[in-house]
Design a binder for this molecule. Structure first.
Ligand code: SDX
Length: 439
Protein backbone atom coordinates (compact mmCIF):
# COMPACT_ATOMS: atom_id res chain seq x y z
CA UNK A 1 0.00 0.00 0.00
CA UNK A 2 1.50 3.35 -0.99
CA UNK A 3 0.07 5.32 1.94
CA UNK A 4 2.07 7.14 4.58
CA UNK A 5 1.43 5.80 8.13
CA UNK A 6 0.82 8.89 10.25
CA UNK A 7 1.16 9.34 13.99
CA UNK A 8 -2.48 10.43 13.96
CA UNK A 9 -4.93 7.94 15.36
CA UNK A 10 -8.72 7.96 15.64
CA UNK A 11 -10.21 6.85 18.94
CA UNK A 12 -13.69 5.41 18.73
CA UNK A 13 -15.56 5.15 22.01
CA UNK A 14 -19.03 3.71 22.59
CA UNK A 15 -21.72 4.53 25.14
CA UNK A 16 -22.86 0.89 25.36
CA UNK A 17 -19.83 -0.35 27.28
CA UNK A 18 -18.00 -1.60 24.17
CA UNK A 19 -14.29 -0.91 24.80
CA UNK A 20 -12.91 2.12 22.96
CA UNK A 21 -10.66 1.38 20.03
CA UNK A 22 -7.77 3.32 18.44
CA UNK A 23 -7.72 3.20 14.63
CA UNK A 24 -4.71 4.20 12.50
CA UNK A 25 -5.02 7.18 10.15
CA UNK A 26 -3.17 7.14 6.82
CA UNK A 27 -2.19 10.10 4.68
CA UNK A 28 -2.16 9.95 0.87
CA UNK A 29 0.09 12.14 -1.30
CA UNK A 30 -2.80 14.64 -1.70
CA UNK A 31 -6.43 14.62 -0.62
CA UNK A 32 -8.27 13.50 2.53
CA UNK A 33 -6.67 11.23 5.13
CA UNK A 34 -8.31 7.83 5.72
CA UNK A 35 -9.18 6.01 8.94
CA UNK A 36 -8.25 2.33 8.65
CA UNK A 37 -11.30 0.49 10.05
CA UNK A 38 -10.24 -3.02 9.03
CA UNK A 39 -9.84 -4.08 12.67
CA UNK A 40 -13.17 -2.58 13.77
CA UNK A 41 -15.42 -5.63 13.44
CA UNK A 42 -12.89 -8.02 14.91
CA UNK A 43 -12.34 -5.80 17.97
CA UNK A 44 -15.86 -4.42 18.53
CA UNK A 45 -18.31 -6.70 16.67
CA UNK A 46 -19.62 -3.59 14.94
CA UNK A 47 -19.63 -2.57 11.23
CA UNK A 48 -19.49 0.91 9.78
CA UNK A 49 -22.57 1.97 7.83
CA UNK A 50 -22.14 4.01 4.62
CA UNK A 51 -24.76 3.37 1.87
CA UNK A 52 -23.49 4.87 -1.41
CA UNK A 53 -19.98 5.00 0.10
CA UNK A 54 -20.27 8.75 0.77
CA UNK A 55 -17.37 8.64 3.26
CA UNK A 56 -15.61 5.42 2.28
CA UNK A 57 -12.29 4.91 0.47
CA UNK A 58 -12.53 1.46 -1.11
CA UNK A 59 -8.86 1.24 -2.11
CA UNK A 60 -5.64 3.15 -2.47
CA UNK A 61 -4.87 4.33 -5.99
CA UNK A 62 -2.31 6.47 -7.83
CA UNK A 63 -4.18 6.85 -11.11
CA UNK A 64 -6.70 9.71 -10.91
CA UNK A 65 -7.35 12.41 -8.34
CA UNK A 66 -10.36 14.75 -8.10
CA UNK A 67 -10.56 17.81 -5.87
CA UNK A 68 -14.33 18.35 -5.88
CA UNK A 69 -14.19 21.71 -4.09
CA UNK A 70 -11.62 23.15 -6.49
CA UNK A 71 -13.07 21.44 -9.56
CA UNK A 72 -9.71 19.83 -10.28
CA UNK A 73 -9.08 16.55 -12.16
CA UNK A 74 -5.60 15.02 -12.43
CA UNK A 75 -4.62 11.90 -14.42
CA UNK A 76 -1.38 10.63 -12.83
CA UNK A 77 -0.86 14.20 -11.56
CA UNK A 78 -1.39 15.99 -14.88
CA UNK A 79 -4.34 18.47 -15.03
CA UNK A 80 -7.07 17.46 -17.47
CA UNK A 81 -6.96 20.98 -19.00
CA UNK A 82 -3.35 20.39 -20.13
CA UNK A 83 -3.82 16.80 -21.28
CA UNK A 84 -6.93 17.71 -23.33
CA UNK A 85 -4.97 20.36 -25.24
CA UNK A 86 -1.39 19.02 -25.40
CA UNK A 87 -1.96 15.24 -25.75
CA UNK A 88 -4.05 12.83 -27.76
CA UNK A 89 -6.15 9.96 -26.45
CA UNK A 90 -3.57 7.20 -26.96
CA UNK A 91 -0.93 9.22 -25.12
CA UNK A 92 -3.46 9.56 -22.31
CA UNK A 93 -4.10 5.81 -22.41
CA UNK A 94 -0.37 5.15 -22.10
CA UNK A 95 -0.22 7.58 -19.16
CA UNK A 96 -3.14 5.98 -17.30
CA UNK A 97 -1.80 2.46 -17.86
CA UNK A 98 1.89 3.11 -17.15
CA UNK A 99 1.97 6.16 -14.86
CA UNK A 100 4.08 8.36 -17.15
CA UNK A 101 3.53 10.08 -20.49
CA UNK A 102 5.25 8.26 -23.38
CA UNK A 103 8.31 9.68 -25.11
CA UNK A 104 8.28 9.71 -28.91
CA UNK A 105 9.59 6.17 -29.26
CA UNK A 106 7.26 4.76 -26.62
CA UNK A 107 4.31 6.54 -28.23
CA UNK A 108 5.09 5.11 -31.68
CA UNK A 109 5.39 1.60 -30.27
CA UNK A 110 2.15 1.90 -28.25
CA UNK A 111 0.18 3.34 -31.18
CA UNK A 112 1.42 0.52 -33.45
CA UNK A 113 0.48 -2.07 -30.82
CA UNK A 114 -3.06 -0.74 -30.39
CA UNK A 115 -3.52 -0.24 -34.13
CA UNK A 116 -2.71 -3.90 -34.80
CA UNK A 117 -5.34 -5.16 -32.39
CA UNK A 118 -8.34 -3.23 -33.72
CA UNK A 119 -9.88 -6.13 -35.67
CA UNK A 120 -12.26 -8.51 -33.91
CA UNK A 121 -12.70 -12.23 -34.65
CA UNK A 122 -14.87 -12.58 -37.77
CA UNK A 123 -17.31 -14.75 -35.81
CA UNK A 124 -18.08 -11.82 -33.53
CA UNK A 125 -20.41 -10.67 -36.31
CA UNK A 126 -22.75 -13.55 -35.45
CA UNK A 127 -23.42 -12.03 -32.03
CA UNK A 128 -24.59 -8.77 -33.60
CA UNK A 129 -26.95 -10.57 -35.98
CA UNK A 130 -28.73 -12.08 -32.99
CA UNK A 131 -29.87 -8.66 -31.74
CA UNK A 132 -32.91 -6.71 -32.96
CA UNK A 133 -31.82 -3.78 -35.13
CA UNK A 134 -33.32 -1.40 -32.56
CA UNK A 135 -31.50 -2.97 -29.59
CA UNK A 136 -29.91 -0.31 -27.38
CA UNK A 137 -26.17 -0.14 -28.21
CA UNK A 138 -25.29 -0.58 -24.55
CA UNK A 139 -27.11 -3.94 -24.51
CA UNK A 140 -25.09 -4.93 -27.59
CA UNK A 141 -21.83 -3.79 -25.99
CA UNK A 142 -22.45 -5.61 -22.70
CA UNK A 143 -23.02 -8.78 -24.74
CA UNK A 144 -20.23 -8.38 -27.28
CA UNK A 145 -17.51 -7.26 -24.85
CA UNK A 146 -18.36 -10.12 -22.49
CA UNK A 147 -18.23 -12.47 -25.48
CA UNK A 148 -14.65 -11.40 -26.28
CA UNK A 149 -13.49 -13.62 -23.40
CA UNK A 150 -14.66 -16.60 -25.45
CA UNK A 151 -12.08 -15.77 -28.12
CA UNK A 152 -8.98 -14.94 -26.10
CA UNK A 153 -8.12 -17.96 -23.96
CA UNK A 154 -4.46 -16.99 -24.39
CA UNK A 155 -4.75 -13.94 -22.16
CA UNK A 156 -7.11 -14.79 -19.34
CA UNK A 157 -4.61 -15.61 -16.57
CA UNK A 158 -5.09 -12.46 -14.50
CA UNK A 159 -2.07 -13.29 -12.35
CA UNK A 160 0.21 -13.11 -15.41
CA UNK A 161 1.26 -9.45 -15.94
CA UNK A 162 1.81 -10.11 -19.66
CA UNK A 163 -1.71 -11.53 -20.02
CA UNK A 164 -3.07 -8.44 -18.27
CA UNK A 165 -1.13 -6.19 -20.65
CA UNK A 166 -2.33 -8.08 -23.76
CA UNK A 167 -5.96 -7.93 -22.54
CA UNK A 168 -5.63 -4.19 -21.88
CA UNK A 169 -4.37 -3.53 -25.40
CA UNK A 170 -7.07 -5.76 -26.93
CA UNK A 171 -9.87 -4.00 -25.03
CA UNK A 172 -8.64 -0.46 -25.80
CA UNK A 173 -8.15 -1.40 -29.45
CA UNK A 174 -11.39 -3.30 -30.02
CA UNK A 175 -13.97 -1.14 -28.25
CA UNK A 176 -14.08 1.40 -31.13
CA UNK A 177 -14.59 -1.45 -33.61
CA UNK A 178 -17.42 -2.93 -31.52
CA UNK A 179 -19.11 0.46 -30.94
CA UNK A 180 -18.98 1.21 -34.68
CA UNK A 181 -20.32 -2.29 -35.46
CA UNK A 182 -23.22 -1.73 -33.05
CA UNK A 183 -24.03 1.51 -34.89
CA UNK A 184 -23.70 0.03 -38.39
CA UNK A 185 -25.89 -2.92 -37.41
CA UNK A 186 -28.58 -0.59 -36.02
CA UNK A 187 -28.86 1.29 -39.34
CA UNK A 188 -28.59 -1.77 -41.59
CA UNK A 189 -25.27 -0.79 -43.15
CA UNK A 190 -22.35 -3.20 -43.62
CA UNK A 191 -19.63 -3.34 -41.00
CA UNK A 192 -16.53 -1.28 -41.90
CA UNK A 193 -13.19 -2.88 -41.09
CA UNK A 194 -10.52 -0.86 -39.24
CA UNK A 195 -7.60 0.56 -41.22
CA UNK A 196 -3.98 0.58 -39.96
CA UNK A 197 -3.09 3.77 -41.81
CA UNK A 198 -5.46 5.93 -39.71
CA UNK A 199 -5.18 7.35 -36.20
CA UNK A 200 -7.22 5.71 -33.43
CA UNK A 201 -10.03 8.27 -33.56
CA UNK A 202 -9.99 8.83 -37.34
CA UNK A 203 -10.24 5.04 -37.67
CA UNK A 204 -13.28 5.03 -35.39
CA UNK A 205 -15.02 7.81 -37.31
CA UNK A 206 -14.38 6.00 -40.57
CA UNK A 207 -15.80 2.72 -39.17
CA UNK A 208 -18.83 4.72 -38.05
CA UNK A 209 -19.56 6.81 -41.12
CA UNK A 210 -17.87 5.28 -44.21
CA UNK A 211 -19.98 3.33 -46.71
CA UNK A 212 -18.74 0.99 -49.47
CA UNK A 213 -20.38 3.15 -52.12
CA UNK A 214 -17.93 6.03 -51.80
CA UNK A 215 -14.64 7.17 -50.33
CA UNK A 216 -14.71 8.62 -46.80
CA UNK A 217 -12.58 11.55 -45.67
CA UNK A 218 -12.81 12.53 -42.01
CA UNK A 219 -12.82 16.16 -40.88
CA UNK A 220 -9.67 16.86 -38.82
CA UNK A 221 -11.45 19.34 -36.51
CA UNK A 222 -14.13 16.77 -35.74
CA UNK A 223 -11.57 13.99 -35.24
CA UNK A 224 -9.65 16.20 -32.80
CA UNK A 225 -12.87 17.11 -30.99
CA UNK A 226 -13.86 13.46 -30.57
CA UNK A 227 -10.33 12.54 -29.49
CA UNK A 228 -10.62 15.23 -26.80
CA UNK A 229 -14.00 13.83 -25.72
CA UNK A 230 -12.30 10.46 -25.26
CA UNK A 231 -9.60 12.09 -23.08
CA UNK A 232 -12.21 13.82 -20.90
CA UNK A 233 -14.01 10.51 -20.25
CA UNK A 234 -10.98 8.28 -19.78
CA UNK A 235 -10.98 7.87 -15.98
CA UNK A 236 -12.54 9.34 -12.85
CA UNK A 237 -11.44 7.74 -9.54
CA UNK A 238 -13.75 5.14 -7.94
CA UNK A 239 -17.04 6.05 -9.68
CA UNK A 240 -19.85 3.50 -9.81
CA UNK A 241 -18.71 1.68 -12.97
CA UNK A 242 -15.04 1.63 -11.95
CA UNK A 243 -16.04 0.25 -8.56
CA UNK A 244 -18.09 -2.39 -10.42
CA UNK A 245 -15.04 -3.36 -12.48
CA UNK A 246 -12.87 -3.55 -9.35
CA UNK A 247 -15.44 -5.63 -7.44
CA UNK A 248 -15.89 -8.00 -10.40
CA UNK A 249 -12.11 -8.29 -10.79
CA UNK A 250 -11.64 -9.00 -7.07
CA UNK A 251 -13.32 -12.40 -7.59
CA UNK A 252 -10.76 -13.28 -10.27
CA UNK A 253 -13.15 -12.81 -13.20
CA UNK A 254 -11.42 -12.27 -16.54
CA UNK A 255 -10.88 -8.66 -17.75
CA UNK A 256 -13.41 -8.90 -20.60
CA UNK A 257 -16.15 -9.97 -18.16
CA UNK A 258 -15.14 -7.18 -15.75
CA UNK A 259 -15.30 -4.51 -18.46
CA UNK A 260 -18.70 -5.87 -19.58
CA UNK A 261 -19.88 -5.42 -15.97
CA UNK A 262 -18.55 -1.84 -16.01
CA UNK A 263 -20.44 -1.13 -19.23
CA UNK A 264 -23.64 -2.44 -17.67
CA UNK A 265 -23.22 -0.12 -14.66
CA UNK A 266 -22.29 2.90 -16.80
CA UNK A 267 -25.59 2.51 -18.71
CA UNK A 268 -27.61 3.90 -15.80
CA UNK A 269 -29.05 7.44 -16.26
CA UNK A 270 -27.53 8.57 -12.95
CA UNK A 271 -24.09 7.70 -14.34
CA UNK A 272 -22.93 7.40 -17.94
CA UNK A 273 -26.49 7.32 -19.29
CA UNK A 274 -26.85 10.98 -18.24
CA UNK A 275 -25.45 12.31 -21.54
CA UNK A 276 -28.25 10.62 -23.48
CA UNK A 277 -30.79 11.73 -20.83
CA UNK A 278 -29.46 15.33 -20.88
CA UNK A 279 -29.90 15.67 -24.64
CA UNK A 280 -33.38 14.13 -24.50
CA UNK A 281 -34.19 16.64 -21.72
CA UNK A 282 -33.12 19.50 -24.02
CA UNK A 283 -35.19 18.03 -26.87
CA UNK A 284 -38.23 17.91 -24.55
CA UNK A 285 -37.82 21.55 -23.47
CA UNK A 286 -37.36 22.55 -27.12
CA UNK A 287 -40.51 20.66 -28.15
CA UNK A 288 -42.47 22.37 -25.39
CA UNK A 289 -41.46 25.84 -26.58
CA UNK A 290 -37.73 26.29 -25.94
CA UNK A 291 -36.08 28.94 -23.78
CA UNK A 292 -39.31 30.52 -22.59
CA UNK A 293 -40.26 27.20 -20.98
CA UNK A 294 -37.01 26.89 -18.99
CA UNK A 295 -38.50 28.57 -15.90
CA UNK A 296 -41.38 26.09 -15.85
CA UNK A 297 -38.96 23.18 -16.24
CA UNK A 298 -36.74 24.41 -13.39
CA UNK A 299 -39.84 24.68 -11.20
CA UNK A 300 -40.61 21.00 -11.91
CA UNK A 301 -37.00 20.05 -11.08
CA UNK A 302 -37.29 21.79 -7.70
CA UNK A 303 -40.58 20.05 -6.96
CA UNK A 304 -39.61 16.93 -4.98
CA UNK A 305 -42.80 15.17 -6.10
CA UNK A 306 -41.94 15.51 -9.76
CA UNK A 307 -38.92 13.18 -9.68
CA UNK A 308 -37.51 15.37 -12.48
CA UNK A 309 -33.77 16.04 -12.38
CA UNK A 310 -31.67 18.48 -14.36
CA UNK A 311 -29.71 15.83 -16.24
CA UNK A 312 -26.06 16.67 -16.74
CA UNK A 313 -26.04 18.61 -13.46
CA UNK A 314 -24.75 17.63 -10.04
CA UNK A 315 -22.00 15.28 -8.98
CA UNK A 316 -21.08 13.17 -5.95
CA UNK A 317 -17.59 14.65 -5.82
CA UNK A 318 -17.59 17.96 -7.74
CA UNK A 319 -19.11 20.73 -5.62
CA UNK A 320 -17.74 23.19 -8.15
CA UNK A 321 -17.75 23.32 -11.93
CA UNK A 322 -16.69 19.96 -13.45
CA UNK A 323 -13.50 20.90 -15.36
CA UNK A 324 -14.54 18.47 -18.08
CA UNK A 325 -17.80 20.39 -18.62
CA UNK A 326 -15.83 23.60 -19.30
CA UNK A 327 -13.63 21.80 -21.85
CA UNK A 328 -16.68 20.14 -23.38
CA UNK A 329 -18.40 23.51 -23.80
CA UNK A 330 -15.29 24.86 -25.56
CA UNK A 331 -15.28 21.81 -27.82
CA UNK A 332 -18.94 22.49 -28.56
CA UNK A 333 -18.04 25.98 -29.77
CA UNK A 334 -15.20 24.63 -31.96
CA UNK A 335 -17.28 21.92 -33.62
CA UNK A 336 -20.41 24.05 -34.12
CA UNK A 337 -18.27 26.85 -35.60
CA UNK A 338 -16.52 24.38 -37.91
CA UNK A 339 -19.93 23.18 -39.06
CA UNK A 340 -21.35 26.68 -39.38
CA UNK A 341 -23.90 25.87 -36.65
CA UNK A 342 -23.14 28.94 -34.49
CA UNK A 343 -26.83 29.29 -33.80
CA UNK A 344 -27.49 25.67 -32.97
CA UNK A 345 -30.75 26.08 -30.99
CA UNK A 346 -29.96 23.19 -28.67
CA UNK A 347 -26.57 24.65 -27.70
CA UNK A 348 -28.14 28.03 -27.09
CA UNK A 349 -30.89 26.38 -25.03
CA UNK A 350 -28.26 24.48 -22.97
CA UNK A 351 -26.31 27.65 -22.25
CA UNK A 352 -29.52 29.49 -21.27
CA UNK A 353 -30.51 26.59 -18.99
CA UNK A 354 -27.03 26.54 -17.42
CA UNK A 355 -27.13 30.30 -16.78
CA UNK A 356 -30.56 30.16 -15.13
CA UNK A 357 -29.66 27.12 -13.01
CA UNK A 358 -26.38 28.62 -11.81
CA UNK A 359 -28.26 31.71 -10.60
CA UNK A 360 -31.03 29.73 -8.88
CA UNK A 361 -30.69 29.25 -5.12
CA UNK A 362 -31.83 25.60 -5.31
CA UNK A 363 -28.76 24.69 -7.37
CA UNK A 364 -26.40 27.16 -5.69
CA UNK A 365 -27.29 25.89 -2.18
CA UNK A 366 -26.78 22.28 -3.25
CA UNK A 367 -23.60 23.10 -5.21
CA UNK A 368 -25.06 21.62 -8.37
CA UNK A 369 -22.98 22.49 -11.44
CA UNK A 370 -22.85 21.12 -14.99
CA UNK A 371 -20.95 17.84 -15.18
CA UNK A 372 -19.24 16.11 -18.08
CA UNK A 373 -22.57 14.94 -19.46
CA UNK A 374 -24.27 18.31 -19.85
CA UNK A 375 -22.60 19.44 -23.07
CA UNK A 376 -21.21 16.15 -24.38
CA UNK A 377 -24.49 15.20 -26.04
CA UNK A 378 -24.65 18.43 -28.02
CA UNK A 379 -21.15 18.06 -29.43
CA UNK A 380 -21.60 14.34 -30.15
CA UNK A 381 -24.87 15.06 -31.99
CA UNK A 382 -23.05 17.71 -34.05
CA UNK A 383 -20.42 15.04 -34.88
CA UNK A 384 -23.22 12.88 -36.28
CA UNK A 385 -23.32 10.39 -33.40
CA UNK A 386 -26.88 9.19 -32.61
CA UNK A 387 -28.19 9.90 -29.09
CA UNK A 388 -28.51 6.21 -28.26
CA UNK A 389 -24.77 5.75 -28.88
CA UNK A 390 -23.58 8.54 -26.52
CA UNK A 391 -23.09 6.20 -23.56
CA UNK A 392 -21.37 3.69 -25.83
CA UNK A 393 -18.86 6.42 -26.68
CA UNK A 394 -18.42 7.03 -22.94
CA UNK A 395 -17.76 3.29 -22.46
CA UNK A 396 -15.25 3.29 -25.33
CA UNK A 397 -13.29 6.10 -23.67
CA UNK A 398 -13.64 4.80 -20.09
CA UNK A 399 -12.34 1.33 -20.98
CA UNK A 400 -8.75 2.50 -20.46
CA UNK A 401 -9.59 3.86 -17.01
CA UNK A 402 -11.44 0.71 -16.02
CA UNK A 403 -8.61 -1.55 -17.16
CA UNK A 404 -5.94 0.63 -15.53
CA UNK A 405 -7.84 0.53 -12.22
CA UNK A 406 -8.45 -3.22 -12.59
CA UNK A 407 -4.74 -3.80 -13.25
CA UNK A 408 -3.77 -1.65 -10.24
CA UNK A 409 -6.08 -3.69 -8.02
CA UNK A 410 -4.87 -7.10 -9.28
CA UNK A 411 -1.25 -5.97 -8.81
CA UNK A 412 -1.91 -4.81 -5.21
CA UNK A 413 -0.57 -7.45 -2.79
CA UNK A 414 -3.19 -6.32 -0.27
CA UNK A 415 -6.01 -7.09 -2.71
CA UNK A 416 -8.82 -9.31 -1.37
CA UNK A 417 -12.23 -10.26 -2.76
CA UNK A 418 -14.66 -7.42 -2.10
CA UNK A 419 -17.43 -8.54 0.24
CA UNK A 420 -19.31 -5.75 2.09
CA UNK A 421 -21.52 -6.57 5.13
CA UNK A 422 -24.92 -5.06 6.07
CA UNK A 423 -27.16 -3.70 8.78
CA UNK A 424 -29.82 -6.46 8.92
CA UNK A 425 -33.31 -5.11 9.58
CA UNK A 426 -35.33 -8.17 8.55
CA UNK A 427 -37.02 -10.94 10.56
CA UNK A 428 -35.07 -12.73 13.34
CA UNK A 429 -35.08 -16.59 13.31
CA UNK A 430 -38.57 -18.14 13.16
CA UNK A 431 -39.99 -21.62 12.32
CA UNK A 432 -41.77 -22.53 9.08
CA UNK A 433 -45.55 -23.00 9.75
CA UNK A 434 -47.30 -25.84 7.86
CA UNK A 435 -49.20 -24.70 4.76
CA UNK A 436 -52.60 -25.30 6.41
CA UNK A 437 -51.64 -23.09 9.34
CA UNK A 438 -50.57 -20.12 7.22
CA UNK A 439 -52.97 -17.14 7.22
C1 SDX B 1 -21.21 10.79 -14.15
O1 SDX B 1 -18.92 9.46 -10.01
C2 SDX B 1 -18.38 9.92 -11.11
O2 SDX B 1 -17.29 10.28 -11.13
C3 SDX B 1 -19.31 9.85 -12.32
C4 SDX B 1 -18.80 10.50 -13.59
C5 SDX B 1 -17.59 9.77 -14.15
O3 SDX B 1 -16.84 10.39 -14.91
O4 SDX B 1 -17.50 8.52 -13.90
O5 SDX B 1 -18.45 11.85 -13.32
C6 SDX B 1 -19.86 10.47 -14.68
O6 SDX B 1 -21.93 9.88 -13.80
C7 SDX B 1 -21.61 12.23 -13.98
C8 SDX B 1 -23.01 12.39 -13.31
C9 SDX B 1 -24.05 12.16 -14.38
N1 SDX B 1 -25.40 12.11 -13.82
C10 SDX B 1 -26.31 13.07 -14.00
O7 SDX B 1 -26.06 14.14 -14.58
C11 SDX B 1 -27.70 12.74 -13.47
C12 SDX B 1 -28.23 13.93 -12.65
N2 SDX B 1 -27.39 14.07 -11.46
C13 SDX B 1 -27.94 13.45 -10.23
O8 SDX B 1 -28.57 12.23 -10.43
C14 SDX B 1 -26.93 13.51 -9.08
O9 SDX B 1 -26.39 14.77 -9.09
C15 SDX B 1 -25.80 12.50 -9.02
C16 SDX B 1 -26.28 11.11 -9.11
C17 SDX B 1 -24.83 12.75 -10.12
C18 SDX B 1 -25.08 12.71 -7.68
O10 SDX B 1 -25.99 12.37 -6.71
P1 SDX B 1 -25.59 12.38 -5.13
O11 SDX B 1 -24.17 12.74 -4.94
O12 SDX B 1 -26.08 11.12 -4.53
O13 SDX B 1 -26.37 13.62 -4.60
P2 SDX B 1 -27.87 13.57 -4.13
O14 SDX B 1 -28.69 12.78 -5.11
O15 SDX B 1 -27.90 13.18 -2.71
O16 SDX B 1 -28.28 15.12 -4.33
C19 SDX B 1 -28.12 16.04 -3.28
C20 SDX B 1 -29.30 17.00 -3.46
C21 SDX B 1 -30.65 16.29 -3.44
O17 SDX B 1 -31.61 17.25 -3.01
P3 SDX B 1 -31.99 17.32 -1.43
O18 SDX B 1 -32.36 15.90 -1.01
O19 SDX B 1 -30.77 17.85 -0.72
O20 SDX B 1 -33.18 18.26 -1.37
O21 SDX B 1 -29.22 17.63 -4.76
C22 SDX B 1 -30.37 17.23 -5.52
C23 SDX B 1 -30.93 16.00 -4.89
O22 SDX B 1 -32.33 15.90 -5.16
N3 SDX B 1 -29.87 16.97 -6.89
C24 SDX B 1 -30.48 17.36 -8.00
C25 SDX B 1 -29.65 16.93 -9.04
N4 SDX B 1 -28.59 16.30 -8.54
C26 SDX B 1 -28.72 16.31 -7.20
N5 SDX B 1 -31.64 18.02 -8.19
C27 SDX B 1 -31.97 18.25 -9.49
N6 SDX B 1 -31.22 17.88 -10.56
C28 SDX B 1 -30.06 17.22 -10.36
N7 SDX B 1 -29.31 16.85 -11.42
Amino acid sequence: MSTTPSDIKATLSFSDGTPAIDLPVYKGSIGPDVVDIRALYGKTGKFTYDPGFMSTASCNSSITYIDGDKGELLYRGYPIEQLAVQCDFLETCYLLLNGELPNAGQKTEFVNLVTRHTMVHEQMQQFFRGFRRDAHPMAVLVGSVGALSAFYHDSLDINDAHHREVSAIRLIAKLPTLVAMAYKYSIGQPFVYPRNDLSYTANFMRMMFAVPAEDYKSNDVMVRALDRIFILHADHEQNASTSTVRLSGSSGANPFACIAAGIACLWGPAHGGANEAALNMLFDIQRQGGAERIGEFITRVKDKNSDVKLMGFGHRVYKNYDPRAKLMRETCHEVLSELGLHDDPLFKLAMALEKIALEDDYFVKRKLYPNVDFYSGIVQRALGIPVSLFTGIFALARTVGWIAQWNEMISDPEQKIGRPRQLFVGSARRDVPPLAARK
